[in-house]
Design a protein around this ligand. Structure first.
Ligand code: SF4
Ligand code: SF4
Length: 111
């Protein structure tokens, strides 16, 4: 992603997330790869909607949304399986509650 991005800005024009948190996908992923990205900047990957709009307009056919998703996976792995963002804590609770035996309404193997 970082090597192929020409920093043309086409994706940023259409995306409020990129405009507000990332500015340059090329720089973000260069720094993410070299582990020089500030921790809070790295976490901003969680605010990508993974909508695919960036991929649709990218002249290099890159998929920044997928790359942000991969960064999110790395962050969660580094954090022992939990999302390290206070405002997204409900996602961890949702995972716990939605799949708890107490609240589960579906039976395994049934549709
Ligand atoms: S997938 Fe993420 S980076 Fe791409 S346009 Fe959507 S919100 Fe922006
Ligand atoms: S549209 Fe593609 S090449 Fe242009 S800045 Fe975005 S990711 Fe890079």
């Amino acid at each position: 992603m970082a090597e192929s991005c020409s920093a043309c800005g086409a994706c940023t024009k259409n995306c409020l997330f990129l405009q507000r948190y990332v500015k340059s996908p090329r720089k973000y992923f260069e720094q993410a790869l070299s582990s020089t990205l500030d921790t809070e900047d790295r976490k901003s990957a969680f605010y990508c909607m993974v909508c695919g709009s960036c991929k649709a307009v990218c002249p290099k056919n890159l998929d920044p949304g997928r790359a942000f998703l991969a960064v999110r996976g790395d962050i969660v792995t580094d954090n022992g399986g939990a999302i390290p963002i206070e405002s997204l804590k409900s996602v961890n609770n949702h995972q716990k509650l939605s799949f708890s035996a107490l609240l589960r309404t579906l039976k395994r193997g049934r549709r």
